[in-house]
Design a binder for this molecule. Structure first.
Ligand code: GLC
Length: 539
Protein backbone atom coordinates (compact mmCIF):
# COMPACT_ATOMS: atom_id res chain seq x y z
CA UNK A 1 0.00 0.00 0.00
CA UNK A 2 1.35 3.42 -0.94
CA UNK A 3 2.32 5.57 1.99
CA UNK A 4 0.47 8.89 2.19
CA UNK A 5 0.32 11.67 4.76
CA UNK A 6 -3.45 11.45 5.01
CA UNK A 7 -3.25 7.77 5.86
CA UNK A 8 -0.90 8.51 8.73
CA UNK A 9 -2.86 11.54 9.95
CA UNK A 10 -5.33 11.87 12.80
CA UNK A 11 -8.13 14.31 12.00
CA UNK A 12 -9.86 16.57 14.51
CA UNK A 13 -13.28 17.87 13.51
CA UNK A 14 -14.22 21.39 14.57
CA UNK A 15 -17.88 22.30 14.53
CA UNK A 16 -16.93 25.95 14.83
CA UNK A 17 -20.32 27.29 15.89
CA UNK A 18 -20.05 25.22 19.06
CA UNK A 19 -16.31 25.44 19.60
CA UNK A 20 -15.38 28.84 21.01
CA UNK A 21 -17.10 32.22 20.78
CA UNK A 22 -14.55 35.04 20.52
CA UNK A 23 -17.01 37.95 20.30
CA UNK A 24 -19.85 37.16 22.67
CA UNK A 25 -22.66 36.74 20.09
CA UNK A 26 -23.37 33.21 21.32
CA UNK A 27 -21.91 31.48 18.24
CA UNK A 28 -18.49 29.99 18.00
CA UNK A 29 -16.45 31.58 15.21
CA UNK A 30 -13.22 31.34 13.20
CA UNK A 31 -11.31 33.67 15.55
CA UNK A 32 -12.50 31.45 18.39
CA UNK A 33 -10.92 28.50 16.63
CA UNK A 34 -7.63 30.42 16.37
CA UNK A 35 -7.71 31.06 20.12
CA UNK A 36 -7.96 27.34 20.83
CA UNK A 37 -5.46 26.03 18.28
CA UNK A 38 -2.81 25.36 20.91
CA UNK A 39 -5.25 23.10 22.73
CA UNK A 40 -5.84 21.16 19.51
CA UNK A 41 -2.17 21.01 18.63
CA UNK A 42 -1.27 19.71 22.08
CA UNK A 43 -3.46 16.69 21.45
CA UNK A 44 -1.11 15.80 18.60
CA UNK A 45 -3.55 15.77 15.68
CA UNK A 46 -2.37 16.50 12.16
CA UNK A 47 -5.43 17.73 10.29
CA UNK A 48 -8.39 19.91 11.23
CA UNK A 49 -11.71 19.50 9.44
CA UNK A 50 -13.89 22.62 9.61
CA UNK A 51 -17.64 22.35 9.08
CA UNK A 52 -19.06 24.80 6.51
CA UNK A 53 -18.80 28.54 7.18
CA UNK A 54 -19.75 29.80 3.72
CA UNK A 55 -22.44 32.45 3.52
CA UNK A 56 -25.74 30.85 4.34
CA UNK A 57 -29.21 31.58 5.71
CA UNK A 58 -28.23 28.84 8.15
CA UNK A 59 -31.35 26.73 8.04
CA UNK A 60 -29.22 23.58 8.20
CA UNK A 61 -26.27 24.99 10.13
CA UNK A 62 -24.27 26.08 7.12
CA UNK A 63 -25.11 23.17 4.81
CA UNK A 64 -27.42 25.50 2.86
CA UNK A 65 -25.01 27.79 1.04
CA UNK A 66 -26.02 31.07 -0.60
CA UNK A 67 -22.51 32.20 -1.62
CA UNK A 68 -19.58 29.81 -2.04
CA UNK A 69 -17.09 32.68 -1.97
CA UNK A 70 -18.36 34.46 1.12
CA UNK A 71 -18.07 33.81 4.86
CA UNK A 72 -21.09 33.59 7.12
CA UNK A 73 -21.24 36.62 9.39
CA UNK A 74 -21.58 34.45 12.50
CA UNK A 75 -18.29 32.75 11.59
CA UNK A 76 -16.30 35.91 10.85
CA UNK A 77 -14.88 37.24 7.60
CA UNK A 78 -12.29 36.37 4.97
CA UNK A 79 -9.51 38.03 6.96
CA UNK A 80 -10.32 35.75 9.90
CA UNK A 81 -10.26 32.76 7.58
CA UNK A 82 -6.89 33.72 6.09
CA UNK A 83 -5.48 34.19 9.57
CA UNK A 84 -6.89 30.83 10.63
CA UNK A 85 -5.24 28.84 7.85
CA UNK A 86 -2.01 30.69 8.47
CA UNK A 87 -2.10 29.86 12.19
CA UNK A 88 -2.97 26.21 11.52
CA UNK A 89 -0.08 25.84 9.07
CA UNK A 90 2.26 27.68 11.43
CA UNK A 91 1.63 24.94 13.97
CA UNK A 92 2.44 22.22 11.45
CA UNK A 93 -1.15 21.10 11.00
CA UNK A 94 -3.29 20.95 7.87
CA UNK A 95 -6.87 22.00 7.28
CA UNK A 96 -9.68 20.53 5.23
CA UNK A 97 -12.98 22.25 4.47
CA UNK A 98 -16.46 20.98 3.91
CA UNK A 99 -17.44 20.97 0.25
CA UNK A 100 -21.23 21.07 -0.13
CA UNK A 101 -22.08 20.75 -3.81
CA UNK A 102 -25.03 18.41 -3.93
CA UNK A 103 -27.32 21.31 -3.16
CA UNK A 104 -27.33 25.03 -2.39
CA UNK A 105 -29.62 27.21 -0.34
CA UNK A 106 -32.85 28.30 -1.99
CA UNK A 107 -31.44 31.81 -1.38
CA UNK A 108 -28.43 31.22 -3.65
CA UNK A 109 -28.61 33.63 -6.63
CA UNK A 110 -28.33 30.62 -8.97
CA UNK A 111 -31.53 29.16 -7.58
CA UNK A 112 -33.30 32.50 -7.50
CA UNK A 113 -32.56 32.83 -11.20
CA UNK A 114 -33.42 29.23 -11.88
CA UNK A 115 -36.85 29.56 -10.32
CA UNK A 116 -37.60 32.88 -12.00
CA UNK A 117 -38.93 31.29 -15.19
CA UNK A 118 -38.92 28.04 -17.14
CA UNK A 119 -36.65 29.49 -19.80
CA UNK A 120 -34.11 31.21 -17.57
CA UNK A 121 -30.54 30.27 -18.52
CA UNK A 122 -30.00 28.76 -15.05
CA UNK A 123 -33.22 26.74 -15.09
CA UNK A 124 -31.20 23.63 -15.91
CA UNK A 125 -28.76 24.15 -13.02
CA UNK A 126 -31.37 22.60 -10.72
CA UNK A 127 -33.74 19.68 -11.23
CA UNK A 128 -37.23 20.65 -12.37
CA UNK A 129 -40.02 18.26 -13.32
CA UNK A 130 -43.64 18.53 -14.41
CA UNK A 131 -46.35 17.22 -12.12
CA UNK A 132 -47.59 13.70 -12.68
CA UNK A 133 -51.37 13.32 -12.57
CA UNK A 134 -51.57 16.68 -10.85
CA UNK A 135 -49.10 15.84 -8.08
CA UNK A 136 -45.44 15.03 -7.23
CA UNK A 137 -43.55 13.10 -9.94
CA UNK A 138 -43.20 10.13 -7.54
CA UNK A 139 -43.35 8.99 -3.90
CA UNK A 140 -39.70 9.55 -2.99
CA UNK A 141 -38.92 11.03 0.40
CA UNK A 142 -36.01 13.29 1.24
CA UNK A 143 -33.76 13.15 4.28
CA UNK A 144 -35.55 16.00 6.03
CA UNK A 145 -39.01 16.09 4.43
CA UNK A 146 -41.86 13.73 3.50
CA UNK A 147 -41.27 14.37 -0.23
CA UNK A 148 -38.15 15.21 -2.22
CA UNK A 149 -40.32 17.38 -4.52
CA UNK A 150 -41.38 20.94 -3.80
CA UNK A 151 -44.03 22.66 -5.86
CA UNK A 152 -43.18 26.01 -7.39
CA UNK A 153 -46.44 27.69 -8.13
CA UNK A 154 -45.02 30.56 -10.16
CA UNK A 155 -43.45 28.34 -12.83
CA UNK A 156 -45.73 25.30 -12.50
CA UNK A 157 -43.05 22.67 -11.84
CA UNK A 158 -41.57 20.75 -8.94
CA UNK A 159 -37.93 21.04 -7.89
CA UNK A 160 -35.95 18.21 -6.33
CA UNK A 161 -34.31 18.36 -2.88
CA UNK A 162 -32.56 15.44 -1.15
CA UNK A 163 -32.62 17.38 2.14
CA UNK A 164 -34.82 20.25 3.35
CA UNK A 165 -37.13 22.24 1.08
CA UNK A 166 -34.65 25.12 1.50
CA UNK A 167 -31.85 22.98 -0.01
CA UNK A 168 -32.57 22.46 -3.74
CA UNK A 169 -30.28 19.91 -5.45
CA UNK A 170 -27.94 21.05 -8.19
CA UNK A 171 -28.17 19.40 -11.59
CA UNK A 172 -24.76 17.83 -12.16
CA UNK A 173 -25.74 16.83 -15.69
CA UNK A 174 -25.19 20.46 -16.64
CA UNK A 175 -21.53 20.90 -17.74
CA UNK A 176 -21.55 24.65 -17.15
CA UNK A 177 -22.59 24.11 -13.54
CA UNK A 178 -19.84 21.55 -13.07
CA UNK A 179 -17.20 23.97 -14.35
CA UNK A 180 -18.50 26.63 -11.98
CA UNK A 181 -18.07 24.22 -9.05
CA UNK A 182 -14.54 23.28 -10.12
CA UNK A 183 -13.65 26.95 -10.31
CA UNK A 184 -14.90 27.45 -6.76
CA UNK A 185 -12.88 24.45 -5.54
CA UNK A 186 -9.72 25.90 -7.10
CA UNK A 187 -10.40 29.21 -5.37
CA UNK A 188 -10.22 27.58 -1.92
CA UNK A 189 -7.36 25.24 -2.81
CA UNK A 190 -5.38 28.19 -4.12
CA UNK A 191 -5.93 29.87 -0.76
CA UNK A 192 -3.91 27.02 0.67
CA UNK A 193 -6.37 24.56 2.19
CA UNK A 194 -5.27 20.94 2.24
CA UNK A 195 -8.37 19.18 1.06
CA UNK A 196 -12.08 18.64 1.32
CA UNK A 197 -14.57 16.63 3.30
CA UNK A 198 -17.19 16.16 0.62
CA UNK A 199 -20.74 16.38 1.83
CA UNK A 200 -23.02 13.53 0.59
CA UNK A 201 -20.87 13.35 -2.50
CA UNK A 202 -22.41 10.11 -3.79
CA UNK A 203 -25.77 11.85 -4.16
CA UNK A 204 -24.64 14.06 -7.05
CA UNK A 205 -26.01 11.79 -9.78
CA UNK A 206 -29.77 11.27 -9.75
CA UNK A 207 -31.82 8.27 -10.68
CA UNK A 208 -33.34 8.67 -14.13
CA UNK A 209 -36.20 6.26 -13.72
CA UNK A 210 -38.75 8.16 -11.67
CA UNK A 211 -41.09 5.27 -10.93
CA UNK A 212 -42.39 4.99 -7.37
CA UNK A 213 -40.17 3.31 -4.77
CA UNK A 214 -41.59 0.14 -3.26
CA UNK A 215 -40.60 1.36 0.19
CA UNK A 216 -40.16 5.13 0.05
CA UNK A 217 -38.71 5.17 3.59
CA UNK A 218 -35.60 3.38 2.36
CA UNK A 219 -34.14 6.47 0.73
CA UNK A 220 -31.13 4.72 -0.79
CA UNK A 221 -32.56 5.65 -4.23
CA UNK A 222 -31.13 9.12 -3.57
CA UNK A 223 -27.54 7.84 -3.77
CA UNK A 224 -25.04 5.93 -5.95
CA UNK A 225 -26.80 6.49 -9.24
CA UNK A 226 -25.30 5.97 -12.73
CA UNK A 227 -22.96 8.77 -13.71
CA UNK A 228 -21.60 9.44 -10.22
CA UNK A 229 -18.18 7.98 -10.98
CA UNK A 230 -17.87 10.00 -14.17
CA UNK A 231 -18.44 13.19 -12.19
CA UNK A 232 -15.87 12.26 -9.57
CA UNK A 233 -13.30 11.29 -12.19
CA UNK A 234 -13.86 14.56 -13.95
CA UNK A 235 -13.51 16.48 -10.67
CA UNK A 236 -10.25 14.67 -10.04
CA UNK A 237 -8.94 15.36 -13.52
CA UNK A 238 -9.98 18.99 -13.59
CA UNK A 239 -9.11 19.96 -10.03
CA UNK A 240 -7.82 17.50 -7.47
CA UNK A 241 -4.93 15.92 -9.33
CA UNK A 242 -3.24 19.32 -9.48
CA UNK A 243 -2.88 19.60 -5.69
CA UNK A 244 -1.42 17.41 -2.92
CA UNK A 245 -4.62 17.26 -0.98
CA UNK A 246 -6.78 14.90 0.99
CA UNK A 247 -10.36 14.11 0.05
CA UNK A 248 -12.83 12.24 2.20
CA UNK A 249 -16.26 11.57 0.81
CA UNK A 250 -19.38 11.29 2.90
CA UNK A 251 -20.83 8.20 1.22
CA UNK A 252 -24.05 6.82 2.67
CA UNK A 253 -25.70 3.56 1.54
CA UNK A 254 -22.64 1.63 0.38
CA UNK A 255 -21.30 -1.87 0.92
CA UNK A 256 -17.52 -2.38 0.82
CA UNK A 257 -17.77 -3.46 -2.84
CA UNK A 258 -19.53 -0.23 -3.81
CA UNK A 259 -17.36 1.82 -1.46
CA UNK A 260 -14.22 0.58 -3.17
CA UNK A 261 -15.37 2.13 -6.43
CA UNK A 262 -15.03 5.56 -4.81
CA UNK A 263 -11.61 5.08 -3.20
CA UNK A 264 -9.78 2.50 -5.30
CA UNK A 265 -6.41 4.19 -5.82
CA UNK A 266 -6.25 3.12 -9.44
CA UNK A 267 -9.57 4.83 -10.24
CA UNK A 268 -8.59 8.41 -9.36
CA UNK A 269 -11.72 9.52 -7.56
CA UNK A 270 -11.47 10.07 -3.78
CA UNK A 271 -8.82 9.23 -1.19
CA UNK A 272 -11.06 7.89 1.50
CA UNK A 273 -14.65 7.77 2.69
CA UNK A 274 -17.07 7.74 5.57
CA UNK A 275 -19.47 4.85 5.16
CA UNK A 276 -22.49 4.62 7.45
CA UNK A 277 -22.95 0.93 8.02
CA UNK A 278 -22.37 1.35 11.74
CA UNK A 279 -24.26 4.61 12.18
CA UNK A 280 -27.25 3.56 10.06
CA UNK A 281 -27.67 0.08 11.43
CA UNK A 282 -26.95 0.57 15.11
CA UNK A 283 -28.83 2.96 17.38
CA UNK A 284 -26.78 1.24 20.08
CA UNK A 285 -23.73 -0.99 19.80
CA UNK A 286 -24.17 -4.47 18.36
CA UNK A 287 -20.69 -5.88 18.90
CA UNK A 288 -21.07 -8.90 16.63
CA UNK A 289 -22.34 -6.88 13.71
CA UNK A 290 -19.74 -4.20 14.37
CA UNK A 291 -16.99 -6.79 14.01
CA UNK A 292 -18.48 -8.14 10.80
CA UNK A 293 -18.57 -4.64 9.37
CA UNK A 294 -14.93 -4.00 10.29
CA UNK A 295 -13.77 -7.25 8.74
CA UNK A 296 -15.76 -6.83 5.56
CA UNK A 297 -14.45 -3.29 5.00
CA UNK A 298 -10.90 -4.32 5.75
CA UNK A 299 -11.08 -7.22 3.33
CA UNK A 300 -13.01 -5.19 0.77
CA UNK A 301 -10.56 -2.29 0.58
CA UNK A 302 -7.34 -4.17 1.34
CA UNK A 303 -4.30 -2.96 -0.63
CA UNK A 304 -6.61 -0.96 -2.91
CA UNK A 305 -8.38 1.80 -1.03
CA UNK A 306 -8.36 3.56 2.32
CA UNK A 307 -11.00 3.60 5.06
CA UNK A 308 -11.83 6.13 7.80
CA UNK A 309 -12.74 5.40 11.41
CA UNK A 310 -15.29 7.47 13.28
CA UNK A 311 -18.07 6.78 15.74
CA UNK A 312 -19.59 10.23 16.00
CA UNK A 313 -19.62 13.65 14.38
CA UNK A 314 -21.95 16.67 14.19
CA UNK A 315 -24.72 14.42 12.81
CA UNK A 316 -24.33 11.50 15.20
CA UNK A 317 -24.86 11.26 18.93
CA UNK A 318 -21.70 11.31 21.01
CA UNK A 319 -20.01 7.93 21.03
CA UNK A 320 -19.69 7.41 24.76
CA UNK A 321 -23.47 7.86 25.08
CA UNK A 322 -24.44 5.87 22.02
CA UNK A 323 -21.90 3.06 21.93
CA UNK A 324 -20.30 3.12 25.36
CA UNK A 325 -21.26 3.79 28.95
CA UNK A 326 -21.72 7.46 29.83
CA UNK A 327 -22.57 6.71 33.48
CA UNK A 328 -20.46 4.75 35.93
CA UNK A 329 -17.75 3.87 33.39
CA UNK A 330 -17.74 7.03 31.32
CA UNK A 331 -14.01 7.63 31.56
CA UNK A 332 -12.96 4.04 30.95
CA UNK A 333 -15.48 3.69 28.15
CA UNK A 334 -14.40 6.93 26.44
CA UNK A 335 -10.80 5.67 26.54
CA UNK A 336 -11.73 2.25 25.23
CA UNK A 337 -13.59 3.73 22.24
CA UNK A 338 -10.59 5.95 21.58
CA UNK A 339 -8.25 2.97 21.65
CA UNK A 340 -10.51 1.18 19.19
CA UNK A 341 -10.75 4.04 16.71
CA UNK A 342 -7.01 4.57 16.74
CA UNK A 343 -6.10 0.92 16.29
CA UNK A 344 -8.63 -0.17 13.64
CA UNK A 345 -7.55 0.16 10.01
CA UNK A 346 -8.23 3.60 8.50
CA UNK A 347 -7.66 7.25 9.31
CA UNK A 348 -9.14 8.13 12.75
CA UNK A 349 -11.45 11.12 13.23
CA UNK A 350 -11.97 12.82 16.56
CA UNK A 351 -15.03 15.01 16.98
CA UNK A 352 -14.49 18.03 19.25
CA UNK A 353 -15.21 17.22 22.88
CA UNK A 354 -14.80 13.49 22.35
CA UNK A 355 -11.29 13.85 23.75
CA UNK A 356 -12.72 14.90 27.12
CA UNK A 357 -15.49 12.30 27.06
CA UNK A 358 -18.37 14.70 26.40
CA UNK A 359 -21.79 13.04 26.45
CA UNK A 360 -25.12 13.37 24.66
CA UNK A 361 -27.73 15.66 26.13
CA UNK A 362 -31.36 15.57 27.14
CA UNK A 363 -33.25 18.86 27.14
CA UNK A 364 -36.80 19.12 28.46
CA UNK A 365 -38.66 20.36 25.44
CA UNK A 366 -38.54 20.30 21.66
CA UNK A 367 -38.15 24.09 21.86
CA UNK A 368 -34.68 23.66 23.33
CA UNK A 369 -33.59 21.88 20.15
CA UNK A 370 -32.42 23.40 16.88
CA UNK A 371 -31.69 20.47 14.53
CA UNK A 372 -33.81 20.83 11.37
CA UNK A 373 -33.84 17.05 10.82
CA UNK A 374 -35.22 16.44 14.32
CA UNK A 375 -37.73 19.28 14.20
CA UNK A 376 -39.12 18.38 10.79
CA UNK A 377 -39.48 14.76 11.88
CA UNK A 378 -41.25 15.85 15.06
CA UNK A 379 -43.70 18.05 13.15
CA UNK A 380 -44.37 15.36 10.56
CA UNK A 381 -45.18 12.72 13.18
CA UNK A 382 -47.25 15.03 15.39
CA UNK A 383 -49.25 16.14 12.35
CA UNK A 384 -50.18 12.49 11.84
CA UNK A 385 -51.93 12.62 15.22
CA UNK A 386 -49.26 10.88 17.31
CA UNK A 387 -48.77 11.84 20.95
CA UNK A 388 -46.19 14.69 21.03
CA UNK A 389 -44.50 13.39 24.19
CA UNK A 390 -44.07 9.95 22.69
CA UNK A 391 -42.70 11.39 19.45
CA UNK A 392 -40.27 13.57 21.42
CA UNK A 393 -39.00 10.59 23.43
CA UNK A 394 -38.55 8.49 20.32
CA UNK A 395 -36.29 10.99 18.55
CA UNK A 396 -34.09 12.03 21.46
CA UNK A 397 -31.34 9.44 21.24
CA UNK A 398 -30.46 10.22 17.65
CA UNK A 399 -31.06 13.97 17.62
CA UNK A 400 -28.10 15.66 15.98
CA UNK A 401 -28.09 18.25 18.75
CA UNK A 402 -26.68 15.58 21.06
CA UNK A 403 -23.29 16.38 19.62
CA UNK A 404 -23.85 20.06 18.83
CA UNK A 405 -23.94 21.49 22.35
CA UNK A 406 -21.08 23.89 23.10
CA UNK A 407 -17.59 22.63 23.79
CA UNK A 408 -17.09 22.47 27.54
CA UNK A 409 -13.96 24.46 28.30
CA UNK A 410 -14.30 25.05 32.03
CA UNK A 411 -16.66 25.01 34.97
CA UNK A 412 -17.41 28.71 34.70
CA UNK A 413 -20.56 30.28 33.21
CA UNK A 414 -21.72 28.69 29.91
CA UNK A 415 -18.84 26.23 30.23
CA UNK A 416 -16.45 29.00 29.22
CA UNK A 417 -17.78 28.79 25.66
CA UNK A 418 -19.26 32.28 25.38
CA UNK A 419 -19.61 35.51 27.32
CA UNK A 420 -23.13 35.81 25.86
CA UNK A 421 -26.13 33.50 25.45
CA UNK A 422 -25.14 30.36 23.54
CA UNK A 423 -27.13 29.54 20.37
CA UNK A 424 -27.90 26.16 21.91
CA UNK A 425 -27.88 25.30 25.60
CA UNK A 426 -24.77 23.97 27.24
CA UNK A 427 -24.89 20.39 28.51
CA UNK A 428 -25.56 20.72 32.27
CA UNK A 429 -22.74 18.29 33.10
CA UNK A 430 -20.03 20.87 32.19
CA UNK A 431 -19.02 21.43 35.81
CA UNK A 432 -17.69 17.90 35.92
CA UNK A 433 -16.74 17.36 32.27
CA UNK A 434 -14.60 20.14 30.85
CA UNK A 435 -11.25 20.72 29.13
CA UNK A 436 -9.69 22.60 32.03
CA UNK A 437 -10.28 19.70 34.40
CA UNK A 438 -9.00 17.27 31.76
CA UNK A 439 -5.78 19.22 31.24
CA UNK A 440 -5.12 19.26 34.98
CA UNK A 441 -5.52 15.51 35.40
CA UNK A 442 -2.68 13.42 33.99
CA UNK A 443 -4.99 10.39 33.91
CA UNK A 444 -7.73 12.12 31.89
CA UNK A 445 -9.35 10.99 28.66
CA UNK A 446 -7.51 13.87 26.94
CA UNK A 447 -4.06 12.54 27.81
CA UNK A 448 -5.10 9.04 26.79
CA UNK A 449 -5.92 10.39 23.32
CA UNK A 450 -2.60 12.18 23.30
CA UNK A 451 -0.78 8.91 24.01
CA UNK A 452 -2.71 7.02 21.34
CA UNK A 453 -1.96 9.66 18.72
CA UNK A 454 1.71 9.65 19.66
CA UNK A 455 1.80 5.85 19.43
CA UNK A 456 0.18 5.95 16.03
CA UNK A 457 2.82 8.42 14.85
CA UNK A 458 5.66 6.24 16.01
CA UNK A 459 4.39 2.84 14.98
CA UNK A 460 3.54 2.17 11.36
CA UNK A 461 1.85 -1.04 12.39
CA UNK A 462 -1.04 1.06 13.67
CA UNK A 463 -1.43 2.67 10.27
CA UNK A 464 -0.45 0.10 7.69
CA UNK A 465 -0.81 -3.13 9.64
CA UNK A 466 -3.00 -5.98 8.44
CA UNK A 467 -6.07 -6.61 10.63
CA UNK A 468 -7.38 -9.88 12.01
CA UNK A 469 -10.34 -10.36 14.34
CA UNK A 470 -9.52 -13.19 16.76
CA UNK A 471 -12.92 -13.56 18.44
CA UNK A 472 -15.60 -12.81 15.84
CA UNK A 473 -18.26 -14.59 17.90
CA UNK A 474 -17.69 -12.95 21.28
CA UNK A 475 -20.35 -10.41 22.24
CA UNK A 476 -18.25 -8.54 24.78
CA UNK A 477 -14.59 -8.92 24.01
CA UNK A 478 -13.16 -7.40 20.87
CA UNK A 479 -9.70 -8.84 20.31
CA UNK A 480 -7.68 -8.28 17.14
CA UNK A 481 -4.17 -8.09 15.84
CA UNK A 482 -2.49 -5.62 13.55
CA UNK A 483 0.66 -6.85 11.83
CA UNK A 484 3.16 -5.09 9.65
CA UNK A 485 6.44 -6.55 8.41
CA UNK A 486 7.62 -8.49 11.48
CA UNK A 487 5.72 -6.46 14.07
CA UNK A 488 2.47 -7.66 15.64
CA UNK A 489 0.24 -5.78 18.03
CA UNK A 490 -2.60 -7.32 19.99
CA UNK A 491 -5.57 -5.18 21.01
CA UNK A 492 -7.87 -6.47 23.75
CA UNK A 493 -11.06 -4.53 24.48
CA UNK A 494 -13.77 -5.44 26.95
CA UNK A 495 -16.89 -3.49 26.00
CA UNK A 496 -18.96 -4.98 28.79
CA UNK A 497 -20.11 -3.49 32.11
CA UNK A 498 -18.95 -6.75 33.72
CA UNK A 499 -15.53 -8.35 34.00
CA UNK A 500 -14.56 -10.69 31.17
CA UNK A 501 -11.78 -13.23 30.78
CA UNK A 502 -9.30 -13.63 27.95
CA UNK A 503 -6.68 -16.37 27.83
CA UNK A 504 -3.57 -15.23 26.06
CA UNK A 505 -2.88 -18.56 24.36
CA UNK A 506 -0.19 -18.18 21.77
CA UNK A 507 0.74 -14.70 22.96
CA UNK A 508 3.24 -15.57 25.65
CA UNK A 509 5.82 -13.05 24.65
CA UNK A 510 3.79 -9.94 25.13
CA UNK A 511 4.57 -6.48 26.35
CA UNK A 512 1.85 -4.12 27.52
CA UNK A 513 2.08 -0.76 25.76
CA UNK A 514 -1.05 1.06 26.86
CA UNK A 515 -4.05 0.43 29.09
CA UNK A 516 -6.90 2.48 30.51
CA UNK A 517 -6.71 0.93 34.00
CA UNK A 518 -3.91 1.15 36.49
CA UNK A 519 -3.32 -2.56 36.84
CA UNK A 520 -1.09 -4.74 38.87
CA UNK A 521 -0.89 -7.88 36.79
CA UNK A 522 0.10 -9.95 39.72
CA UNK A 523 -3.67 -9.92 40.27
CA UNK A 524 -4.72 -11.77 37.15
CA UNK A 525 -3.91 -10.55 33.70
CA UNK A 526 -6.59 -12.76 32.16
CA UNK A 527 -9.36 -10.81 33.84
CA UNK A 528 -10.45 -7.65 32.11
CA UNK A 529 -12.30 -5.03 34.12
CA UNK A 530 -15.44 -3.35 32.76
CA UNK A 531 -14.49 -1.31 29.67
CA UNK A 532 -10.84 -2.18 30.00
CA UNK A 533 -8.69 -1.62 26.91
CA UNK A 534 -5.15 -2.92 26.43
CA UNK A 535 -2.65 -2.68 23.63
CA UNK A 536 0.20 -5.20 23.57
CA UNK A 537 3.23 -5.65 21.45
CA UNK A 538 3.91 -9.31 20.65
CA UNK A 539 7.51 -10.46 20.38
C1 GLC B 1 -24.45 15.93 5.54
C2 GLC B 1 -24.05 16.81 6.69
C3 GLC B 1 -25.29 17.21 7.44
C4 GLC B 1 -26.17 17.99 6.50
C5 GLC B 1 -26.46 17.20 5.23
C6 GLC B 1 -27.03 18.08 4.17
O1 GLC B 1 -25.01 14.74 5.94
O2 GLC B 1 -23.12 16.17 7.49
O3 GLC B 1 -25.01 17.94 8.60
O4 GLC B 1 -27.38 18.30 7.13
O5 GLC B 1 -25.31 16.63 4.69
O6 GLC B 1 -26.04 18.91 3.65
Amino acid sequence: MNKKWWKEAVVYQIYWRSFFDSDGDGYGDLRGVIKKLDYVKKLGVDVIWLNPFYQSPDRDNGYDISDYYGIMEKAGDMAAFDELIHEIHQRGMKVIMDLVVNHTSDQHPWFMESRSSQNNSKRDWYIWKDPKDGREPNNWRSYFAPSCWEWDKATGQYYYHSFAVEQPDLNWENPELRQEIYKMMRFWLDKGIDGFRMDVINLLAKKEDLSDAENPYNISYLANNPGIHDYLKEMHREVLQHYDVMTVGEIPFVSPEEGLLYVDESRNELNTLFHFQVADEMPVLDMLRFKEIQTSWHEGLKQKGWNSQFLNNHDHTRQVTRYGNDGQYRIQSAKLLAAMIHTLPGTPYIYQGEEIGMTGVRFDSINDYNDIAMKNKYNEEVAKGRDPEEVFESILLLSRDNSRTPMQWSSSSQAGFTAGEPWIKVNPNFKEINAKAALEDSDSVYYFYQKLIELRKQNEVMVYGDYKDLLPDDEHLYVYTRSYNDVTWLIVLNHDDEQQRFTFNGFNNRKLILTNYKRDFEENEEVLHPHEARIYKIN
